[in-house]
Design a protein around this ligand. Structure first.
Ligand SMILES: Cc1ncc(COP(=O)(O)O)c(C=O)c1O
Length: 412
């Protein structure tokens, strides 16, 4: 017999905790819900190109893992992660990102989203200050918002976060007897803007962390997919000699997001402090995906896959930049990412991109309005465009459609 529980008329909201109510309201307000439809060209998603997933290798290795480690794979495992995977990850991070680390400095998380969440739980109090880029990654903002901190927004330009403005704001706070506790940055091929923090600003940021005594969360989600290799900049972690950086990484963009493999690299004391939060969240990240990833890394599958991903994405980025240059209005400013998955456009006209979206949708193209990426809901005339998921043909057609919608709106 089926029980239709949803037919019982109870207002479950009255059972909610205050925190639960608050977080639900944040997510309802700031989550990215798209007008998805097969017949529109979508620049809205944040999805990797599925043709880059090494499905045949994963199939073979999944069987191998069950054959060789079956009982361990299906068992409870330590919260920190499985040693076999962490060892491979450490070698991998050194080879591909120049990060030297050891077993004591790593914790495996269920995607890097969980890493951001547990760091926020450990290091943010209600009312404490966190500095973020303007704009920044929305799901990190929501994880922070849930802790009810005060935000300090730092604008960006082509070289990433403007660290001179950060310095001014830090000084201003100090003069009031207050300070920033945490700074969150996606310094390399940022989501949503695509910009990369220059080496000079990286050094400046690290100096400021020392001088004004705060910790930096370096979210390196796109650090492995830099296509313009002559413009490569090292991760903050690899040039930090003062123990200020909590590095957050992920295999989502170079293997598959569905395996949910993220990691934190940080000083031992920080890793130890995070472990209880990881345990509370989910005991541990699934052993099955960790074992598979250990073998994937050992066999060099990700390293062989990265150049392929880069060459596909480079072509798509170039196609989108070309189409934007040809079609998008002159007043607009847009970013020229050296990697990652996104281009950011600021129209510099009185158009609210949130309102424009419905019209764009009716013409067969969608994007993400920029407002949601600002802690203070600024950026009404901005939008994020994803170039990795659509095909090259769709990119050309989609940008032309978008341009027409914008011009029509201006001429109205
Ligand atoms: C900047 C940034 N950080 C973190 C994440 C979370 O990724 P995952 O949890 O899949 O590692 C994303 C996902 O798109 C992202 O763009």
């Amino acid at each position: 017999m089926k029980i239709f529980v949803d037919k019982v008329m109870i207002d479950y909201r009255r059972f909610r905790s205050k925190d639960g109510d608050y977080v639900a309201s944040i997510v309802a307000r700031y989550s990215l819900t798209f007008l998805e439809d097969r017949n529109v060209i979508s620049f809205a998603g944040g999805l990797p190109d599925p043709s880059t997933f090494p499905i045949d290798d994963l199939k073979r290795i999944a069987v191998e893992v069950l054959d060789s480690y079956g009982y361990d794979v299906l068992q409870y495992m330590p919260s920190r992660g499985i040693s076999m995977y962490i060892k491979e990850l450490i070698d991998f991070l050194y080879r591909v990102r120049g990060i030297k680390t050891s077993m004591d400095n790593v914790i495996v998380t269920t995607g890097s989203q969980q890493a951001i969440d547990i760091i926020a739980r450990m290091y943010l109090d209600e009312g404490s200050y966190i500095a973020v880029e303007e704009p920044t990654y929305i799901a990190a903002l929501n994880a922070f918002r849930a802790r009810r901190p005060r935000f300090i927004g730092i604008p960006i330009d082509d070289d990433g976060m403007k660290t001179d403005i950060l310095e001014e704001k830090l000084r201003e706070l100090r003069s009031k007897g207050e300070k920033v506790n945490l700074l969150y940055t996606v310094p390399t091929a940022q989501n949503p803007s695509g910009v990369t923090l220059s080496i000079d600003r990286r050094k400046h940021l690290l100096e400021l962390a020392e001088e004004y005594d705060f910790l930096i969360i370096e979210d390196d989600a796109y650090g492995l997919i830099i296509f313009d290799e002559d413009k490569y900049v090292p991760p903050l972690l690899s040039i930090d000699y003062s123990g200020r950086v909590i590095y957050v990484g992920s295999l989502s963009k170079v293997l598959t997001p569905g395996m949910r493999l993220g990691h934190i690299v940080a000083p031992r004391e920080i890793i130890e402090s995070l472990e209880p939060f990881k345990q509370i969240a989910d005991l541990h990240t699934p052993a099955f995906t960790q074992y598979i990833a250990a073998i994937v890394l050992r066999e060099g599958i990700v390293e062989r896959n990265i150049p392929r991903i880069k060459s596909i994405y480079r072509l798509k980025r170039d196609a989108m930049l070309k189409a934007i240059e040809e079609h998008i209005i002159e007043s607009a400013w847009w970013t020229k990412p050296i990697g990652g998955m996104f281009i950011w456009i600021k129209l510099n006209v009185e158009i609210d991109t949130e309102k424009l979206l419905q019209k764009a949708f009716s013409r067969g193209v969608i994007y993400v309005p920029g407002k949601g990426f600002y802690h203070n809901e600024n950026g009404f005339d901005t939008m994020r465009l994803n170039f990795t998921y659509p095909t090259i043909t769709e990119i050309g057609i989609g940008i032309e459609k978008l341009s027409k919608v914008i011009i029509e709106e201006i001429n109205q």
